[in-house]
Design a protein around this ligand. Structure first.
Ligand code: FAD
Ligand code: NAP
Length: 324
């Protein structure tokens, strides 16, 4: 028979939001269960140095996330390696079906599923995915030792990816559709000063060019967005770093979402449109999207869940008293 496991609080996601929620919920004696998903540790596991986590001048993203996991375990959270494939928020207890076949039921759910990398949506990008097209320099940069690569995007991720790739590649061209970057000043300064970096402003990538056998990238065709002229930038690798979309697939037909897919929460809280369901981190935040803000929201979600459960218990206690 399929296994069912009940907890007071189910946390879905193991990024800074999920693990922080787990620490707080565990310390509130709620015995939370946290399901990690396909990327244990979340987005910070695909980066290297993190320089803006308070208390650490510099820490490797994956190391920080291992520490957060250990912290959550130490406080008493149960960490489960599994993936939630569907979630039913229409009845109580809430039900989450996992890939392993286990059904997790819970009185309160904290959603901390974060965000996923966006793609340009070009057929050629899909064709060469894994054969020269990547969205993770930390994962794939090593393959481009002494080769030329192109990065597209203008935010922190694109600039960090470009700088990271200079450790391997002989040349890194950053392609951006405007002539100003969104990235933090300190990162921009490092980028502009780097001798291996070239900048291609006002340009949109139209096609990834490559060979069929063996499959591999040979360049990207870009269009100048001002006058439409086209040119080819030769390269062996193409890195897409154009931002992230919220991972709200599980709840898209059940909770109120913003037009761009972020889960709506009541201002100043993590309460979603269904009582007992809370959302934290990049899943709900289209503005800040930082490790520290996600962790902060994870804390809020656990405190909100604790208050919600106390409220439920008060109602149940009142009903018991009325019956006596
Ligand atoms: P995420 O970290 O996105 O984690 C989401 C979690 O949900 C994952 O564990 C995933 O496995 C899980 N999940 C998703 N779907 C399911 C499911 N169906 N079932 C179970 N689990 C599921 N921020 C900084 O502050 N400083 C930095 O230096 C920095 N560098 C970055 C570098 C890169 C390359 C990237 C991509 C981001 C960086 N960020 C940085 C942003 C930061 O990583 C995010 O803001 C933060 O990780 C968001 O945390 P989160 O907990 O909301 O979600
Ligand atoms: P982002 O800040 O949303 O930037 C996305 C970039 O990609 C923008 O420059 C955007 O161009 C460009 N872009 C979007 N769609 C495009 C398209 N279809 N074609 C071409 N270009 C496109 O995303 P991000 O850089 O991934 O950062 C996400 C969040 O994580 C941010 O809050 C960021 O601060 C955080 N983060 C922080 C750090 C850090 O603190 N060191 C590191 C990485 C990420 P326009 O500028 O023209 O819109």
């Amino acid at each position: 028979m399929a296994e069912t496991r009940h907890s007071k609080v189910l946390i879905i996601g193991s990024g800074p939001a999920g693990y922080t929620a787990a620490v707080y919920a565990a310390r509130a004696m709620l015995k939370p269960v946290l399901v990690q998903g396909l990327q244990p540790g979340g987005q910070l596991t695909i980066t290297t140095e993190v320089e803006n986590w308070p208390g650490d001048t510099q820490v490797q993203g994956p190391d920080l996330m291992v520490r957060m996991e250990e912290h959550a375990r130490e406080m008493g959270a149960e960490i489960v390696s599994d993936y939630i494939s569907s979630l039913d928020l229409s009845q109580r207890p809430f039900k989450a079906h996992a890939d392993s076949g286990i059904t997790f039921t819970a009185d309160a759910v904290i959603l901390a599923t974060g965000a996923q990398a966006k793609w340009l949506g070009l057929p050629s990008e899909e064709k060469f995915m894994g054969f020269g097209v990547s969205a993770c320099a930390t994962c794939d940069g090593f393959f481009y030792r002494n080769k030329e690569v192109v990065v597209v995007g203008g935010g922190n991720t694109a600039v960090e990816e470009a700088l990271f790739l200079t450790n391997f590649a002989s040349k890194v061209t950053l392609v951006h559709r405007r002539d100003t970057l969104r990235a933090e000043r300190i990162l921009q300064e490092r980028l502009f000063a780097h001798p291996k970096v070239a900048l291609q402003w006002h340009s949109a990538v139209e096609e990834v060019l490559g060979t069929e056998t063996p499959p591999g990238v040979t360049g990207v065709r870009v269009r100048d967005v001002r006058d439409g002229t086209e040119s080819v930038i030769p390269c062996d690798g193409f890195f897409v770093a154009i931002g992230h979309s919220p991972a709200s697939e599980l709840v898209k037909d059940q909770l109120e979402l913003h037009a761009d897919g972020y889960v709506k929460v009541e201002a100043g809280s993590t309460r979603t449109s269904i009582p007992g369901v809370f959302a934290a981190g990049d899943l709900t935040d289209h503005i800040y999207r930082q490790a520290i803000t996600s962790a902060g929201m994870g804390c809020m979600a656990a405190l909100d869940a604790e208050r919600y459960l106390a409220g439920i218990e008060e109602v149940l206690d009142d009903q018991d008293t009325a019956r006596d």
